[in-house]
Design a protein around this ligand. Structure first.
Ligand code: MV4
Length: 492
């Protein structure tokens, strides 16, 4: 593979190109009209405009992208995350055109993309799963009896969902039918697939995911965990590696499970197996993400392994250059996602220009971004400005370094989530490691942000809006973003 096309934009396109360049691989950028001046376009060896700003007319135009590959003699395609990265049909087209897709097979994508198929696929490997049904619910009365057997509360999930989309908590048997009807019609309208199943609702879990990497020769290695419990409405806020609560024994047990999940679908490339971890240390397989994830850098920081380099080598048919015994955890790493959103105003995406944009620098700091000072953040895509990553010899050093890095980061022209990230990383529950997926709901409110110069009335208004919202939302774990905005949000 001598020349690859990066079918993506922003920070991840740039991050992939940097590794390709180190490997002597030529890079082709595709860009929409909104991204013409973006750093990833300038960095690429060649760059082609693929269409108007909306991603449906640009980054998702698989036939156009394949034609560009042919015109420019491209032999490999890296999809990044989002866009075409988990699209089995697009992957088939790309492969059939003679272009190497840097990622797993379309069959593995399809198996893991459907949560019921995924459960069925891993069944013979003794993977712990949350008690529940393993087939789509056809008979509501029968399902209600199963739910009673499991014990309420239960959770209804859409087979085609994932990442928290299409989930509903049912507190008791009386509301079972009603919630089931809603869940099915939501699944039909959101995914075009009304299949739903039920699981016991795990009330206060941690979200732990295991990075795996697999070559085409049957070698699979786990690269330890990422702790992703700090999230807001299924949008991750802070990720870390390793988790503050895993013992070496638990790490090995979860790692081996993740390898088995990968083996069950003949996985090739970099992938992530998600688990729920209960307070008593029981863990359950949730789903597998068949792409390079946004938060992959924390794994790179603690293992010293460049995941994109491994992906490219694997796509070339090479064997992994390390075994499970070769890899170890070095120190600790945090990532915070910096969004152009206003944490004082219900995280409303903030439109604007990066009037000031000065990155933090120094030992143990990495900034993966795709913008320069003076640029507008386009409204057509996810409003993530950057990922700020720190590494230290232990959790406390990496944490202190993150606070310093946040303080050194200068952004003006629009509101960002940096203040919210600082609040979280300094919170006593976060410092002690004693938190779960409810951290933001349990501990955050806008008035807690320091250097607030808001007047009392505005704080009261924000607070009552929040109470109202919580009341209205108390049945829905995975609600769609309620805020009205011009942004196209496609979160990963
Ligand atoms: C659950 C759960 C509780 N019980 N399943 C959300 C993302 C999707 N991958 C699965 N999710 C959950 N599944 C059972 N049986 C709670 C969640 C969940 C969650 C999981 C990880 C991180 C944040 C979360 C926030 C709310 C709910």
């Amino acid at each position: 593979m001598d020349k690859i096309l990066i079918a993506n934009r922003g920070e991840i396109a740039l991050r992939i190109m940097r590794t390709a360049r180190e490997m002597g691989v030529k890079t082709v950028a595709i860009f929409s009209e909104a991204d013409r001046n973006a750093p990833f376009v300038k960095y690429a060896d060649e760059a082609i405009c693929v269409g108007p700003p909306p991603s449906s007319e640009s980054y998702l135009q698989v036939d156009k992208i394949i034609q560009i590959c042919k015109d420019l003699n491209v032999d490999g395609l890296h999809p990044g995350y989002g866009f075409l990265s988990e699209n089995a049909d697009a992957t088939r087209k790309i492969t059939q055109a003679g272009i190497t897709f840097i990622g797993p097979s379309p069959e593995a994508m399809e198996l893991m993309g459907d949560k019921l198929k995924a459960k069925d696929t891993v069944k013979s490997y003794n993977i712990p799963m949350v008690p529940g049904t393993d087939e789509a619910i056809k008979d509501i009365a029968a399902a209600k009896e199963i739910a009673k057997g499991i014990g309420f509360p239960i959770l209804i999930k859409a087979a085609a969902g994932g990442g928290g989309k299409g989930m509903r908590v049912v507190e008791n048997a009386d509301e079972f039918e009603e919630q089931m009807d809603r869940a099915v019609s939501e699944a039909v309208s959101s995914f075009g697939n009304g299949a739903v199943f039920i699981e016991k609702y795990v009330g206060s879990p941690r979200h732990i995911e295991i990075q795996i990497i697999a070559d085409t020769h049957g070698n699979i290695v786990y690269l330890f965990e990422r702790e992703c419990s700090i999230q807001r409405r299924h949008q991750k806020v802070i990720e870390e590696a390793p988790s503050a609560v895993l013992t070496p024994e638990l790490r090995e047990a979860m790692g081996k499970c993740a390898v088995d999940v990968a083996r069950s679908c003949d996985y090739v490339g970099a992938g992530t197996v998600e688990f729920l971890l209960e307070n008593n240390k029981d863990f359950y397989f949730l789903e597998m993400n068949t792409r390079l994830q946004v938060e992959h850098p924390v794994t790179e920081m603690i293992t010293g392994i460049d995941l994109v380099k491994e992906q490219i080598n694997i796509a070339r048919g090479e064997k992994l250059s390390f075994t499970q015994d070769d890899v170890q955890i070095n120190g600790h790493s945090f990532e915070v996602r910096v969004y152009a959103e206003d944490p004082m105003n219900n995280f409303l995406p903030d439109i604007g220009r990066l009037n000031t944009y000065v990155r933090p620098e120094g030992m143990g700091i990495r900034v993966d971004d795709g913008f320069e000072e003076g640029m507008d953040i386009p409204i057509y895509y996810d409003p993530m400005i950057s990922k700020l990553i720190t590494h230290g010899k232990d959790r406390e050093e990496a944490r202190e370094r993150m606070i310093r890095a946040i303080d050194d980061y200068q952004i003006s022209g629009l509101e960002t989530t940096l203040s919210f990230c600082k609040f979280t990383i300094q919170h006593e529950a976060f410092v002690s490691g004693n938190f779960d997926t409810h951290f933001v709901k349990d501990h955050f409110s806008p008035e807690k942000l320091q250097n607030s110069d808001l007047k009392g009335e505005k704080i009261a208004a924000l607070f009552s809006a929040r109470l109202y919202e919580e009341g209205a939302a108390n049945k829905v774990v995975a609600e769609p973003e309620k805020t009205i905005s011009k942004w196209k949000i496609n979160r990963m």
